[in-house]
Design a protein around this ligand. Structure first.
Ligand code: ADP
Length: 433
């Protein structure tokens, strides 16, 4: 095993794992840091991604979880490390990207790393240290209204500077455009300078195209630690393969084919998910809505949904997804985290009940929702398959719930809220037969 990745949320982990697989690296995603007794087969695996839920927790806890993931990955033999966060650099002045990076640098005894959230295929680009979402600056995008990590400053040097003890610099686009050899010379100079300082230096890396990510990958392949969104994985994986450190495997994305029963579960209220739910409903496909008001009144909705589902012949959508105004009203009435947790818990209970009904393929929309489903199903690790849309692959795991006498295989497509085309749900279901 070559590369150990620490991801600060579940769908982000799947996103970076998908990039690695696309490049030909056989990749496994682990849900949380495994216990000392967990048996996880990492034979013939080139990259392991540990999925944490550390983006919005207290910095000290995020550091503890990330270090624990690092130590576990080191024990498995990982030689290079990648701290993966969101391509919109989701964080606050309190953290957690800078604080976790500082802690990882200290643990790896390195004084230099880079920060590059760019993901050009999903319209996240960095120029002169400023992050753009599509054609607008991050601070003019919808991210300025994010409920937990509102991003109101597009200058990543300033944003990161508020979170880290390191000095923050820039690998600018002109330096990157001069090619990998020239960029490597710049980086070597920065490493030499950083070694004289304490705790060190983190450089924001510009990137506006995949070609920039390839140049960065080639120039940075020797760093013990990089920090980035999922895009840089493309460049790093290509560099590892080119150097013969890993071998590209054309079958890296192969998962077992199945015609098993499928379901779509949606607990995301993001713009893209709302469009995808509407697309499904407009096509007249079977769907059942989880009414948050009834859930807040403690009605046994999971049971009712399962009874309804047992009578359906076609693949169904079960959703809590609402438009922003309704979400705001519901949150005001019932509390943001209280309501969110109730819905997540309900989705988890529905997922385990669906296992008992023979469902073995799940398309899940929403990062937190995916975490709740995966936990309810007792899935510990996921083998990553082919991408349905950028950043969203099919994955294969093993379900272990009290309802089953022995673990069984399932396929899961875990979609981050804002990913996927309008017809994502149908497309996902068609892409694995
Ligand atoms: P995303 O990836 O789009 O951010 P998540 O699943 O991470 O989606 O987060 C969505 C959160 O909103 C979850 O906690 C979910 O339980 C909650 N939620 C889902 N539907 C509603 C709703 N109708 N009103 C309020 N909260 C909701």
């Amino acid at each position: 095993m070559m590369l150990g990745v620490i991801a600060d949320d579940h769908t982000g982990a799947t996103d970076v794992a998908s990039m690695l697989v696309r490049s030909g690296l056989r990749t496994v995603q682990i849900i949380g840091v495994p216990s000392a007794t967990a048996v996880i087969d990492l034979k013939e695996i080139d990259a392991v991604v540990v999925a944490l839920k550390s983006r919005n927790i207290a910095p000290a806890e995020a550091i503890a979880q990330s270090l624990s993931a690092l130590h576990w990955l080191q024990q498995q033999g990982a030689q290079r490390f990648y701290f993966k966060y969101c391509s919109t650099f989701d964080s606050t002045p309190k953290g957690n990207i800078g604080q976790v990076t500082d802690a990882l640098m200290l643990a790896l005894k390195t004084h230099y790393t880079i920060a590059c959230p760019a993901f050009p295929e999903n319209q996240r680009t960095i120029f002169k240290g400023h992050l753009f979402v599509g054609d607008v600056l991050l601070s003019d995008s919808g991210m300025r209204h994010h409920p937990l990590t509102p991003m109101t400053d597009s200058n990543l040097m300033r944003v990161l500077g508020a979170q880290t003890q390191c000095s923050v610099g820039l690998l600018n686009h002109t330096q990157i455009a001069q090619g990998a050899a020239s960029l490597r010379a710049v980086v070597e100079q920065r490493i030499a300078n950083a070694a004289k300082s304490s705790p060190g230096e983190i450089d924001i890396a510009d990137a506006v195209t995949n070609a920039d990510l390839m140049t960065l990958g080639e120039a940075l392949a020797d760093l013990p630690l990089v920090t980035a969104g999922s895009g840089l994985a493309l460049g790093l994986a290509a560099a590892y393969i080119q150097r013969g450190l890993v071998k590209a495997d054309v079958h890296a994305a192969l998962l077992p084919a199945t015609t098993d029963k499928a379901v779509v579960l949606s607990g995301s209220c993001s713009v893209a998910t709302n469009t995808q739910v509407k697309h499904w409903l407009d096509a007249g496909r079977p769907a059942m809505r989880i009414d948050p008001r009834r859930l807040a009144a403690n009605e046994p909705l999971a049971q009712q949904v399962l009874e309804w589902h047992a009578l359906q012949n076609d693949t169904c959508l079960i959703y809590a997804t609402s438009l922003p105004d309704e979400v705001a009203a519901l949150q005001k009435e019932f509390g943001v985290s209280e309501l969110g947790e109730k819905i997540e818990h309900c989705m988890g209970a529905i997922a385990s009940g669906l296992i008992a009904q023979g469902v073995r393929r799940f398309v899940v929309a929403g990062g937190e929702t995916s975490g709740a489903v995966v936990n309810a199903l007792g899935v510990q690790s996921l083998k990553i398959g082919a991408a349905i849309d950028p950043g969203v692959p099919w994955t294969a795991g093993r379900v272990s719930t009290p309802l089953l006498s022995s673990p069984e295989s399932v396929l899961l497509a875990l979609k981050s809220g804002n990913f996927g085309s309008d017809d994502f749900f149908s497309k996902a279901l068609l892409s694995v037969k």
